[in-house]
Design a protein around this ligand. Structure first.
Ligand code: AP5
Ligand code: MG
Length: 368
């Protein structure tokens, strides 16, 4: 699962990202956290970033994009990630698209945690974070049991240096000018979903999980993304702040990079195709089961027609048979009559013959 959490400072991106980490077991990648870690470690990168952070401005893209590129290429991010606080401008979003295209793992969802500006000041000025485990509290909304101490590890709670009213004001301004345009950027890609960020943190988390499971296939949300087997992709071209980064183009980069893109796309395609295949197999099985019935159903009208034809023929033939029978009967009767007639004639002839003989005999006797 590869998602971006969008939202104003204090909207709850960090809070929700931590809950998603627990649920989906993929890392939260927060540029703010990475920058703060660099500042407190006193690295060169941290020193360069600090001034912009204290002023509530965006840190330059060359720092942030390099950091993101390194973080995304770490093994735990191969199974997916939750980006929190990055991208923060159109050039950063375009650079991210290019980076992910080279890895063959495009972004799946941009989730906007929507909170009214009037709510944000109290959330940010009241925020306290455990120095030890990073657990977050809010003195107004979710205070610790013991003031200044973490409920989980008893670590010391601290307030972020940029959580003062002046810097918060600047951060909100920068958000409106540079980050809010990403809402339409992702809407245009049909990847934007909005969740109301007010109410209980658990309710918001449930709503986010619903959106994730509706928008991203449940299996791909839980299962690891396909890992490219090719060498790591080339570093993205670093862009100066506020300058337009190269437009996202799938398959750009080295030949190896292109192969990676294709291979992983094929993997993703296969993954997507798997449920389709299952459905197709099921359909086939159902069709197979239904086949004899279907054949019978198909044959039924033919059978019916044949029977009808036979019946009609029989009906047609019936009178012929009857005529034949009558004729037969007539013939028989005729024969009988004929025989009778013959018999009568024979008898008459016999009688006649006998009479003639008698006459002849009488004559003979008379002559004698
Ligand atoms: P970053 O650390 O990212 O700060 P942000 O964007 O200003 O956001 P926040 O972390 O202040 O707020 P959040 O939305 O995470 O809210 P949270 O969950 O903590 O960036 C800091 C600075 O680093 C930037 O100003 C910039 O200089 C630099 N930077 C970072 N990324 C950069 C980039 N990509 N490019 C350039 N520069 C970059 O919650 C806030 C409070 O609200 C907490 O107390 C919490 O307990 C409370 N809360 C949360 N949810 C609720 C709720 N539902 N009800 C009541 N309270 C709640
Ligand atoms: Mg945060």
């Amino acid at each position: 699962m590869r998602i971006v959490l969008l939202g104003a400072p204090g909207s709850g991106k960090g809070t929700q990202a931590k809950l998603l980490v627990e649920k989906y077991k993929i890392p939260q990648i927060s540029t703010g956290d990475l920058l703060r870690a660099a500042v407190s470690a006193g690295t060169e990168l941290g020193r360069r970033a600090k001034a912009a952070m204290d002023a509530g401005q965006l840190v330059s893209d060359d720092i942030v994009l390099g950091m993101i590129q390194d973080r995304l290429s770490q093994p735990d991010a191969k199974n997916g990630f939750i980006l929190d606080g990055f991208p923060r401008s159109n050039p950063q979003a375009q650079a991210l698209d290019s980076m992910l295209a080279r890895l063959g793992q495009p972004l799946q969802l941009a989730l906007l945690v929507d909170v009214d500006t009037s709510e944000l000041m109290k959330r940010l000025t009241g925020r306290r974070t455990c120095k030890n485990c990073g657990q977050m509290y809010n003195v107004y909304f979710s205070p610790p049991k013991v003031s200044g101490k973490c409920d989980k590890c008893s670590g010391e709670l601290m307030q972020r240096s940029d959580d003062n009213e002046a810097t918060i004001g600047k951060r909100l301004e920068v958000y409106e000018q540079q980050t809010a345009p990403l809402i339409s950027y992702y809407r245009m890609q049909n990847k934007l979903r909005r969740v109301a960020g007010v109410g209980s943190m658990q309710d918001i988390a449930r709503e986010i999980a619903n959106v994730i499971e509706q928008h991203i296939h449940p299996l791909s949300a839980l299962k690891p993304a396909v890992t490219p087997a090719a060498p790591p992709a080339a570093k993205p071209r670093l862009v100066a702040q506020n300058k337009t980064a190269p437009a996202p183009q799938a398959g750009t980069g080295t030949a190896a990079g292109a192969r990676v893109t294709l291979a992983t796309h094929a993997g993703a395609g296969a993954k997507k195709a798997a449920p389709k295949k299952k459905v197709a197999t099921k359909k086939k099985a159902v069709a197979k089961k239904a086949a004899p019935k279907k054949a019978a159903a198909k044959a039924a009208p033919k059978k019916k027609a044949a029977a009808k034809k036979k019946a009609v023929a029989k009906k047609k033939a019936a009178p012929k048979t009857a005529v034949r029978a009558v004729a037969k009967k007539k013939a028989a009767t005729k024969k009988k009559v004929l025989v009778k007639k013959k018999a009568v004639v024979k008898k008459k002839t016999a009688v006649k013959k006998a009479a003639t003989k008698k006459v002849v005999r009488k004559g003979a006797r008379g002559r004698r």
